[in-house]
Ligand binder design. Structure first.
Ligand code: ADP
Ligand code: MG
Length: 411
């Protein structure tokens, strides 16, 4: 019995292990299909090596990969597994084929429905809920089966308990491993991000400063020239273009300047109220222009030390992105600053275009932008500023629905 158990655990571990070894960091489309394929292989193996109990009853762990894939991936991802499961079941033959078909169809309908809700849970929550779902599914399974074996209830009960316990143990082990892998990937992303920021902040401050002065001087002279009465209208338009481009260059440079270390002259000990209000006021015209309504809720009383200018710029970038995401149809940009157990929680939600998972991972990479006029420096600055106050940023986004940035700053 223990041999079968170990063998099955090995099958279930196989996709997890291979994923860790080969494509942990790039969950591309191909890798996703590979993962689905590997899970199907696991499922077939689980069915091919079932638990044979003394009393002649048989059960296997096929529903564990099925449920885990359904919870993590939703309908489209688990459908191939559903096909594989039933094809293989038909191939094995014997009685109970149709019961199996009906039962797996019910699971196919019910479990992936929980996908959204499941993905919104914390790592521990997901382990717990996956175990609960597996338990409930298997409990239903044995419950329906019990009608068939009603004449041998005395033996059926221990079998059920035994099978349920195995399912619970195996699911919790596999789920804990999967969650550990996910946590490791996240930590590494965070680490890479902070490495990137350090390099940039060292370089940018010095370079940006040097470039800013010549830019200002050029800007001044061009403006003088524009006032001249002896140049033609065409020449004036050239100057106008040059000024526009200079303005853009200045924007990029000032974006870079804000990556530098916090400056002691700007440090305040405050609760973010002033910065939020300030940014709300200066962004209002831009929001109106895009039919966006800014709604602020402020209930935070916790204080934190931070660089005032950087924090303002950080909120400007976040507000601006939110407004730009809703530029097509307008909408509401809601900001909620609250406190929760010694943490300042700043939530910025828009109902704009949203992002895919791949796009969220790209956030904060220098020059990553999907906009025609974008610099791709805004989010980099946001990450650097929030990093300076030891905060963390969670991004939740649904394509076409909107995006929520949740910033947690410990005090
Ligand atoms: P930029 O705004 O100049 O493009 P950012 O660093 O501010 O650069 O943002 C990088 C990219 O992240 C944007 O081009 C956009 O694709 C995406 N993004 C940022 N915030 C949002 C948001 N609230 N909704 C949708 N996409 C966003
Ligand atoms: Mg931006």
């Amino acid at each position: 019995m223990i041999e079968t158990l170990l063998l099955n655990v090995l099958f279930l571990l196989m996709p997890v292990l291979l994923a860790v070894m080969f494509f942990e960091n790039q969950l591309t489309k191909t890798n996703k299909y590979l993962l689905i394929f590997l899970s199907s292989v696991t499922l077939v193996f689980c069915m091919a090596f079932p638990f044979n109990l003394e009393m002649g009853a048989i059960f296997d762990l096929r529903y564990i990969p099925f449920i885990i894939v359904a919870l993590f991936g939703g309908y489209r991802t688990v459908f191939p597994l559903y096909l594989v499961l039933n094809c293989y079941r038909f191939f094995i033959g014997g009685e109970g084929i149709y019961q199996s078909l009906v039962f797996s169809t019910i699971i196919l309908i019910v479990v992936p429905y929980l996908n959204r809700w499941f993905m919104g849970k914390s790592a521990k929550g997901r382990v717990l809920y996956a175990v609960v779902v597996t338990f409930l599914v298997m409990a239903c399974y044995f419950f329906t089966l019990s009608f068939k074996y009603s004449n041998l209830t005395g033996e059926f009960l221990p079998l059920t308990v035994y099978a349920l316990v195995i399912h619970i143990i195996v699911t919790s082990v596999i789920m804990s491993l999967i969650e550990k892998v996910i946590a490791n990937v996240k930590t590494r992303e965070l680490y890479l991000r902070s490495e990137r920021l350090r390099d940039i902040s060292d370089l940018s401050a010095s370079i940006a400063h040097e470039i800013r002065n010549p830019l200002t001087v050029t800007n001044g002279f061009l403006q003088l020239l524009q006032g001249s009465k002896t140049i033609t209208a065409e020449e004036k338009s050239y100057i106008e273009f040059s000024l526009k481009e200079l303005e853009r260059a200045e924007l990029i440079v000032s974006d870079f300047l804000t990556f530098s270390k916090p400056q002691s002259a700007n440090m305040v000990y405050a609760n973010f109220k002033d910065e939020i209000t300030y940014v709300e006021n200066i962004m209002r015209p831009y929001a109106n222009l895009n039919q966006v309504d800014i709604q602020v809720r402020f209930t935070n009383s916790l204080m934190k030390r931070y660089d005032k200018n950087q924090m303002q710029q950080c909120f400007i970038n976040l507000f601006k992105n939110g407004i730009e995401a809703m530029a097509d149809n307008g909408g509401a940009l809601s900001i909620d600053v609250a406190e929760h157990k010694k943490n300042i929680m700043i939530k910025i939600s828009d109902c704009g275009v949203g992002m895919t998972r791949e796009e969220i991972v790209q956030l904060g990479k220098p020059y990553y932008s999907t906009k025609k006029e974008g610099t791709g420096l805004g989010m980099l600055m946001v990450y650097s500023t929030i990093g300076n106050v030891k905060g963390k940023i969670d991004v939740k986004s649904v394509v076409g629905k909107g995006t929520t940035f949740l910033i947690t700053i410990p005090v």
